[in-house]
Design a protein around this ligand. Structure first.
Ligand SMILES: NC(=O)c1ccc[n+]([C@@H]2O[C@H](COP(=O)([O-])OP(=O)(O)OC[C@H]3O[C@@H](n4cnc5c(N)ncnc54)[C@H](OP(=O)(O)O)[C@@H]3O)[C@@H](O)[C@H]2O)c1
Length: 289
């Protein structure tokens, strides 16, 4: 049985992988670690875990994801998203394990009307994006048998995310202003978890950077409107500009990524974001999470 080590197992993506794991119980053994048991900034801890568990695959679901706070906590963001990823890649290379790492659309500056392809120039406009870009570089440098999945606007029924924040606000507010001039592609983290498992099972693996999200592009305002529709809310939503909603970290204006490469190399067909969103809202209605 092949062994899969999941680092950051208590995060949003980690929870989606935990949910999916039972489906693979006869072919894969999973070991989920939280930051308390395995902190990727501590290389000795990673080495110990690899000695004991001897994984064939490592999924890095861990990250410093506080985009705004990162502007003040640059060192911390780089420690996890860059140095930590470098550690993980180095140790996985030493143990002949394949690394599946997750990155972000925020490595791009968002100043284009075209969809970004994997080899387009990266130019992050915030600390979080810069730390994730450094992590991509170190991952591929330290372990060439790495697949990097850049994803965007991640949400699910787990942990904190835009969909859950909206559902909460719809219950406590009559009217909300939502940014309507930033474009991107929402991604249900359950779909990302499935794509990761498809890659792990692929016979002929290709390494390097891939984009994965739901499609096509939308805006935060249109995304919020669909959440409203699927949750039968009466809240009034107003489209506002980025200037009207200032945040410590700048966000790309349009970070839409082309999904052609993952479809061609791995036969993974991304789902329409509205269908994946509806699945999530239905789950949240039932679980009231
Ligand atoms: N969320 C988004 O909108 C979004 C968009 C694009 C890309 N991504 C990327 O997608 C991936 C998954 O994101 P997510 O939303 O699942 O993130 P998340 O919910 O914030 O989970 C991240 C996990 O990483 C763990 N972690 C933090 N520092 C760690 C360390 N030093 N060692 C080990 N674990 C550590 C955290 O554990 P503790 O809580 O215990 O610290 C947390 O459980 C990340 O690579 C992220 O950059 C996310």
């Amino acid at each position: 049985m092949k062994r899969i080590l999941v680092v950051g197992g208590n995060g949003q993506l980690g929870h989606c992988l935990q949910k999916l794991a039972p489906k693979y119980h006869d072919i894969f053994d999973f070991n989920f670690t939280g930051s308390d048991a395995l902190n990727i900034t501590d290389k000795a801890q990673i080495e110990k875990e690899f000695e004991e568990y001897q994984p064939d695959f490592v999924i890095n679901a861990s990250a410093y994801t506080a985009v705004d706070l990162a502007e003040k906590e640059e060192e911390k963001a780089f420690a996890v998203n860059a140095i930590g990823v470098g550690n993980l890649a180095e140790v996985s290379k030493e143990h002949n394990a394949i690394l599946i790492h997750v990155s972000t659309d925020y490595v791009f500056d968002g100043e284009t009307n075209l969809s970004y392809s994997e080899d387009d120039f990266t130019d992050p406009i915030g600390v979080y994006g810069a730390s994730k870009r450094k992590g991509e570089e170190l991952a591929l440098e330290n372990n060439p048998e790495t697949v990097i999945l850049r994803t965007s606007w991640l949400y699910s029924e787990f942990n904190k995310n835009f969909v859950k924040t909206m559902l909460h606000l719809f219950n406590v507010k009559d009217e909300l202003g939502i940014v309507g001039d930033q474009h991107g592609q929402p991604t249900n983290a359950n779909d990302l978890a499935e794509a990761i498992m498809d890659i792990i099972q692929a016979e002929n693996k290709k390494f390097g950077i891939y984009h994965f999200s739901n499609y096509p592009e939308t805006t935060w305002f249109d995304f919020a409107n669909k959440i409203k529709e699927f949750s039968d809310s009466n809240v009034v939503l107003k489209s506002i500009t980025t200037e009207e909603f200032p945040t410590p970290a700048k966000r790309p204006k349009r970070s839409t990524m082309s999904l052609d490469k993952i479809e061609k190399d791995y036969n993974i067909e991304p789902k329409h974001w509205e269908n994946s969103l509806q699945d999530c809202v239905e789950i949240l209605k039932i679980t009231n999470a």
